[in-house]
Design a protein around this ligand. Structure first.
Ligand code: MG
Ligand code: ZN
Length: 174
């Protein structure tokens, strides 16, 4: 199998507006796209698989169900598709932080699973997120990393690139 390059996108804070601190996006009514997301994804689609990797521990905490999250994602995908933006696959970690699973970022489990299932060339792929845990997960998986937005957490882990807006992202990637 010829390995494919992928863009791994965090969801909250990259694709859609984050919930308030300690809250979660629990239904489609609370989901709000950030600007330019569909345009950028449809550009990325030309060269990359686009894979979402999202921590959603609100599921384990009983604030929403996996079905709720799946239904948000079905809406998100069909909304993006109207602008020719395709999400190839979505991975969700439903676990509570204390469960110490292998998939919750900063662990690389979701990225590694995607690499296995979709045949992804990790060293030539990118993890893009707005949290340092996204960058850590990407590094552990052996991807390049792009920190989107707030760079205050940067002292600890250095991303390969920093993007202030999602529109800059296609510039970083060859
Ligand atoms: Mg985020
Ligand atoms: Zn997990």
């Amino acid at each position: 199998m010829i390995k494919k390059r992928a863009i791994f996108l965090d969801r909250d804070g990259v694709i859609n507006k984050k919930a308030k601190e300690h809250d979660y996006i629990k239904n489609w009514g609370e989901f709000e796209f950030l600007p330019h997301v569909a345009d950028v994804i449809s550009q990325l689609n030309k060269k990359f698989l686009v894979v979402v990797a999202s921590n959603q521990q609100g599921i384990s905490r009983g604030l929403m169900t996996l079905d709720d999250v799946n239904s948000i994602h079905a809406n998100m995908k069909s909304e993006l598709k109207k602008s020719n933006a395709i999400i190839d696959k979505i991975y969700v970690c439903p676990h509570y932080i204390k469960e110490r699973c292998a998939c919750r970022k900063p662990e690389p489990g979701m990225i590694l699973q995607a690499a296995k299932e979709l045949g992804i060339d990790l060293p030539n792929s990118y993890m893009i997120g707005d949290s340092i845990t996204d960058i850590e997960a990407g590094k552990k998986a052996g991807c390049k990393t792009v920190l989107f937005g707030d760079t205050t957490a940067m002292q600890k882990v250095k991303p390969d690139f920093i993007a202030r807006t999602i529109l800059e992202i296609p510039n970083f990637i060859g």
